[in-house]
Design a protein around this ligand. Structure first.
Ligand SMILES: CC(=O)SCCNC(=O)CCNC(=O)[C@H](O)C(C)(C)COP(=O)(O)OP(=O)(O)OC[C@H]1O[C@@H](n2cnc3c(N)ncnc32)[C@H](O)[C@@H]1OP(=O)(O)O
Length: 536
């Protein structure tokens, strides 16, 4: 873990050299700062020089945009380091820096005057306490042209507008968002209107259940923007349709788009004309490539890929319940019907887990002579019986799925019995020396069995895909399949409880990789902490 929670890096070299140096600088800073890492750009400033007004902030031109793109891309390659390049003027930052950094290559000579200069600047511009530690970074400078792109016009500047608009989902604010928002800050002189997709607009996104709640996305967006350019006023509004106030706000002058959203921008302009409003200037920003993109992920940096990478990882700390025996470690695997839970349970079994199938235990409790047989027949009548006296599960299923009251009478009878059998099986896993036991139970959360397990893992799948699978697999009608789904919790409700989320929407190999990742991370969690006793 890097030693400092937050830091301020001051860079003073000419901007055209920054793209070549960004990766080395960000890598060196990321070793010291967990994030946020603020960057103050002031080309031409001599940190070791006398105090007093230094050179002005860099002009809002192509050289600055290229430098920003390189810095944010470098941060994306550092697993999403929270980088915030400050576009001034300064003020107290949301997460005050705990360390000050400068590039050793930009400050030759003895370090002390540079360190003093750093402390002076941080105190004067950002109100930092004067005694913050100040360090000089060594950097791997890489190859390339130190003067940058010769085609670049050093005097070009971006246009300026009073009020600018931008829209997006802004989930897990990544490098491409930061670049887009920085461009907005450079273009706007008075106000930025940021529309944040919400509600129905999220329904067709990849893994919508893992999208951060609107309030969190809006709060992170505001914090980033107010840090980066505190002089602007920010309107952050939820978008219930793709256009929001961009088609009705008379003060707007410019809409910032990417290649992907340019056509949406053109539609905004058509709607504005229909509404008797002037068209907006469309300012297009290049999409940023994702240095880490993998099979089944988009090439550009995208929130969807970031969400896919969360699959299999620990999303919230496991429950600590002293009443639960520590061995075996029990994973409650749940997931809606048709979500691929069974295939994941099998993969976990191959990896060494002891798997308990609660559906099978459920069937065992009402075989004739089983602990729930008499009660179930008494509750649902002889019409659920086959000729040989066994319970016809299809008939019983048709009675209970889609009817909450009847389903509850059934589960009130069978869940306590299934739970008892599951506990027996967990003890059996322990006696076999199994370290991990997977309790595969479709309605684990509905049954309140969280207290039987150390972690909840859930499989999720979009409803339409679940319906397709159930119809193909079980020969049910689409309506009956939907009835089953409606008897269960939603994906989002399951995700709220889950330590780990898995999704079987893609190729089987992708599922296998997710499960392997989840298993490997679990093994790390289960490994005993190294002892700090120096004698051991
Ligand atoms: C806490 C638990 O998860 S215990 C395991 C789940 N079992 C129960 O809740 C017991 C009540 N259910 C039953 O007895 C049976 O499911 C019946 C009789 C209603 C239907 O039996 P069958 O037609 O053989 O269907 P089966 O048991 O395979 O279940 C069909 C699907 O409905 C799901 N399901 C089972 N019980 C329930 C329930 N109480 N609520 C919602 N969905 C359920 C199953 O998980 C299965 O989904 P899958 O696609 O993940 O395999």
């Amino acid at each position: 873990m890097p030693p400092f929670p937050s830091g301020l890096l001051v860079l003073t070299a000419p901007l055209p050299a920054l793209p070549r140096r960004a990766a080395g600088l960000v890598a060196a800073a990321a070793g010291l700062v967990a994030g946020p890492l603020y960057v103050h750009l002031q080309p031409g400033l001599r940190l070791s020089g006398p105090a007093g007004p230094g050179p002005a902030a860099p002009p809002a031109g192509p050289a600055l945009l290229r430098a920003l793109a390189a810095l944010y891309e470098a941060a994306a390659a550092r697993r999403g380091l929270d980088l915030r390049v400050l576009l001034g003027p300064g003020r107290r930052l949301a997460r005050p820096p705990r360390v000050l950094l400068a590039a050793a290559a930009e400050a030759p000579g003895p370090p002390e005057p540079v360190q003093l200069g750093l402390q002076r600047l941080a105190a004067a511009v950002y109100g930092c306490p004067p005694s913050l530690p100040a360090l000089l970074l060594g950097e791997d400078t890489g190859g390339g042209d130190p003067e940058g792109d010769p085609e670049q016009d050093p005097d070009a500047t971006l246009p300026e507008f009073l009020d600018v608009a931008v829209g997006g989902t802004f989930d897990r604010l990544h490098g491409a968002h930061r670049l887009l928002l920085s461009a907005c800050c450079l273009l706007a002189r008075r106000r930025l209107l940021a529309g944040v997709a919400d509600g129905d607009l999220l329904r067709h996104k990849v893994l919508p259940e893992l999208i951060e709640p609107y309030e969190l996305r809006a709060a992170k967006l505001r914090e980033f923007l107010e840090d980066v350019k505190p002089s602007l006023s920010y309107d952050i509004v939820p978008l219930a349709d793709p256009f929001g106030p961009s088609v009705t706000d008379p003060d707007l002058q410019c809409l910032v788009v990417s290649e992907e959203t340019r056509r949406g921008g053109e539609t905004v302009n058509r709607k504005r004309l229909e509404n008797g409003l002037p068209e907006l200037a469309l300012h297009e920003i290049q999409l940023m490539k994702d240095p880490d993109h993998q099979q089944n992920e988009e090439e550009k940096i995208s929130s969807s890929s970031l969400r896919q990478r969360l699959l299999g990882t620990l999303l919230q700390p496991p429950r600590q319940d002293p009443a639960l025996p520590s061995r075996p470690y029990v994973i409650g695997l749940t997931g809606g019907t048709g979500s691929g839970k069974t295939s994941i349970a099998k993969l976990l079994g191959h990896l060494g887990a002891f798997v308990i199938d609660a559906d099978k235990l459920g069937h065992a409790v009402y075989v004739p002579g089983g602990p729930a047989y008499e009660q179930v027949v008494a509750a649902f009548g002889a019409e659920i019986l086959n000729e040989d006296g066994t319970i016809n599960r299809k008939v019983l299923g048709a009675k209970v799925f889609g009817n909450q009251e009847r389903l509850k009478s059934l589960t009130d009878i069978v869940w306590p019995e299934i739970a008892r059998m599951a506990r027996e099986q967990i003890r059996e896993a322990d006696s076999q020396g199994k370290a991990v036991c997977v309790l595969d139970a479709a309605v684990l959360l509905e049954a309140g069995w969280q207290d039987m397990v150390h972690e909840v893992w859930t499989t999720i799948i979009p409803e339409e895909e679940a319906v397709r699978r159930i119809v193909a697999r079980d020969g049910l009608s689409e309506e009956a399949a939907r009835c089953r789904l409606q008897s269960q919790m939603t994906n989002r409700q399951r995700v709220e409880w889950a330590q780990v989320v898995l999704c079987t929407l893609w190729e089987p190999d992708v599922t296998r990789q997710q499960v392997q990742k989840a298993w490997d991370l679990l093994q790390q969690r289960l490994r005993p902490e190294p002892s700090h006793d120096p004698h051991l």
